[in-house]
Design a binder for this molecule. Sequence first.
Ligand code: CTP
Ligand code: MG
Length: 237
Amino acid sequence: MIQAIVPAAGKGERLGSKVEKPYVLLAGIPLIVRTLKMLESVREIDSIILVVSRKWREKVQKKILERYQLKRVTAVVRGGATRMESVYAGLSSLDSKTRWVLVHDAARPLVRGDEVSRLIQSARRTGAVCPGVIPKDTIKKVDGKNWVRETLNRQELRVILTPQVFRRHILMKAYQRAFTQGYSGTDDASLVERMGIKVKVVEGDRENIKITTPEDLLLAEIILKRRLSQADFFVLP
Ligand code: CTP
Ligand code: MG
């Protein structure tokens, strides 16, 4: 059994909107609803654990899930102060039969079902995968005073996205170890890597952007508009 954990308990400070980021409307539909609908379109995912802030939990459970007919969200749990804490809250409520866990940011509503399926297939072969793309820009390392230390070779670099897929016991152990050792990572794979377990990077989809700053919302609307006009795969109006 495969369960998805969707961390959606962040405030979205860099977006700077009035309403918290997951509830911002993207072409008329809350971002979080778009993300969940995309995951629900993936056959391999048995159910979804949604992690939200305390303030929104009741509204999500009583209104949003019903209004948008989200049928595969089986638990709505309360998140924590960091993404790591929120994902861990999701991990703590996994079904006992679950063997694989997929973690996907609520802030990536443009993820496509075929990308998710490809990642799941690849995880079954390797045990731990994340999607990545080669950076478009040149990346340099700098010192504390902004003097360039080194220019990195783009071919060896990957910008990492979600969903990331892992064997349940690997991810659980990785989180537990990171918390006891006081390590904090910005994605799930980094915690797994620290245990010496190999993580495979699979080619990601450049349209699967994370809504972080206001320009991302603009770009997402344009991508959605084009998808709607082509209507060549599952898309919400
Ligand atoms: N997230 C979470 N719990 C937190 C922080 C983040 O569940 N305490 C989630 C966000 O809701 C988002 C994902 O983790 O879906 C990726 O985080 P990010 O894009 O950084 O979102 P925010 O933390 O909300 O944004 P910001 O950092 O700008 O405040
Ligand atoms: Mg954040």
